[in-house]
Design a protein around this ligand. Structure first.
Ligand code: ARG
Length: 471
């Protein structure tokens, strides 16, 4: 295709040239042009246009052979765009106008029939819904893969003890499996949100026109069905104004990105040589250009840092929408870059973090050694007193006093004599200072014990094998 594909119009060949005698000022055109962004919608614009051809045919506005010719031309335009041979023109404002221009050039009058009963307002919404639904499938796939990696790693470590922390300070012993599955559960909720969003997003706006449908007797439900979407719009003004589906997509993405950032933060922390609970595979680590000893967690840090831009994408569309009266406004063109950016960012982060977690070498001895910290068992000692009938507040105070006294004496709990334990009220206190015993004692549902971790892993796998991971 060449620059000769100009439609024969007066004012610079724009779609609205009939009413205008002056083409857009170059700087206004430059501001308004979104082709570099929305070219990604091309396959969906072709699909939506073919669906609209079907609507025109069903309404007897075009003949069967004409519909076939339109469809064939649309398909070949789609192929040229995908193959990089399509020649865009400077006046192509966006992907919709580029495709319609080419169609009209190729088919003349017949191409000019396509836009009947349709506006870029209902078209762009339908295109973007289709794009996001496909992108949602990619996100679902990558999120499921990471969740499965976490489950597999957790199954290796149902009995691996480690200090659980609050405020990053030693709190109570847990298992590594339990900690890894906590991240997997967060991903399962992300998948659930994604599925609910997909259901709400599977709506076609075609037939809504610019804002108030058309007089042409089109059947929006049939158009929706031909696009594989669950339903058609129920209010044409809502159909062209609504960007909830973008905002919600970004909310889902931002929540997931923050989950990934928290997983990444754990990876970065555990692999800090000062902690030494895990080691990064070299393929997911970076050296320093100056300091030869370094093995830096850049993959994890970027997975953590990228959450900021996805949150900004959500904020950007939320700010765009609030206060905007109903109906189409050109402001809405700004919805696509954040939506694409969030999808691209998660598509980059998820596989990298997945590989990083899959190849971590855990140092189970270092984790066990860190469980020597006796503060980890203080709550269990207080609970032993509770089991012996002491009110918890009293048990908490007595245990605190024991810790204070031994610290003042420069001794550890492990140095207490049998008599001292008996005086404290927990004769077998010494045996409580053991991470395996502490974790075994917490094997109830949802707890860090090995049985619970196995049950959680089974439950998560059943979830991932079920509807959660289907479109
Ligand atoms: N490029 C536009 C967008 O993304 C398409 C819709 C244009 N509609 C209009 N009334 N100017 O929003």
């Amino acid at each position: 295709m060449t620059g000769t594909e100009h439609a024969d119009t007066g004012a610079g060949g724009q779609l609205w040239a009939g009413r205008f005698s002056t083409p857009p000022a170059p700087e206004a055109h430059a501001l308004g042009r979104s082709l570099h962004v929305d070219v990604r919608l091309a396959p969906y614009d072709v699909a939506a246009s073919i669906a609209h051809v079907g609507a025109l045919q069903r309404a007897a506005l075009i003949s069967g052979p004409d519909a076939e010719a339109l469809e064939a031309a649309l398909r070949s335009i789609g192929e040229e765009i995908a193959g990089g041979t399509f020649l865009f023109e400077d006046r192509d404002e966006d992907i919709h106008s580029a495709i319609e221009r080419a169609l009209t050039h190729r088919l003349g009058d017949l191409g000019a029939r396509l836009h009947a009963g349709r506006s870029r307002n209902d078209l762009v919404v339908t295109d973007l819904r289709l794009w996001l639904l496909d992108s949602g499938a990619t996100l679902r796939h990558a999120s499921t893969a990471l969740a499965r990696t976490l489950i597999a790693r957790a199954r290796e470590h149902t009995m691996t003890v480690m200090p659980g922390t609050t405020h990053l300070r030693a709190a109570q012993p847990v298992t590594l499996g339990h900690h890894l599955l906590a991240h997997a559960w967060a991903l399962a909720r992300d998948l659930e949100r994604l599925g609910q969003w997909s259901t709400r997003t599977s709506v076609s706006a075609l037939g809504a026109g610019a804002l108030g449908t058309s007089t042409l007797g089109l059947d929006p439900s049939a158009t929706a069905a031909s696009l594989g979407l669950a339903s058609a719009f129920t209010n044409s003004l809502d159909a062209v104004s609504d960007r909830d589906f973008v905002q919600e997509w970004l909310a889902v993405a931002a929540i997931e990105a923050s989950h990934l950032s928290r997983l990444a933060a754990d990876v970065a922390r555990w692999t800090d040589p000062a902690i030494g609970w895990a080691e990064l595979d070299e393929a997911y680590a970076t050296g320093s250009s100056m300091m030869p000893q370094k093995r830096n967690p850049d993959t994890a840090e970027l997975a953590r840092g990228k959450a900021a831009r996805v949150a900004a994408d959500f904020t950007s569309v939320t700010a765009l929408l609030q206060g905007l009266p109903l109906g189409y406004h050109r402001d809405l063109q700004e919805d696509k870059e954040p939506a694409f950016d969030a999808a691209d960012t998660l598509a980059l982060v998820l596989p990298a973090l997945d590989g990083c977690v899959a190849t971590l070498t855990f140092d189970v001895d270092a984790m066990r050694a860190a469980c020597a910290e006796e503060g980890l068992y203080a709550t269990d000692l207080a609970e032993a007193l509770v089991r012996a009938g002491v009110p918890f507040r009293e048990a908490h105070r007595r245990t605190g006093e024991l810790l204070k006294r031994t610290a003042a004496e420069g001794r550890g709990l492990r140095e207490l004599t049998a008599e001292e334990w008996a005086a404290f009220g927990v004769p077998d206190g010494a045996s409580a200072l053991d991470p395996d015993a502490a974790v075994r004692a917490r094997d109830g549902a949802g707890g860090p014990g090995a049985g619970s971790v196995q049950m959680q892993a089974d439950a998560l796998e059943a979830l991932l094998d079920g509807p959660l991971t289907r479109p």
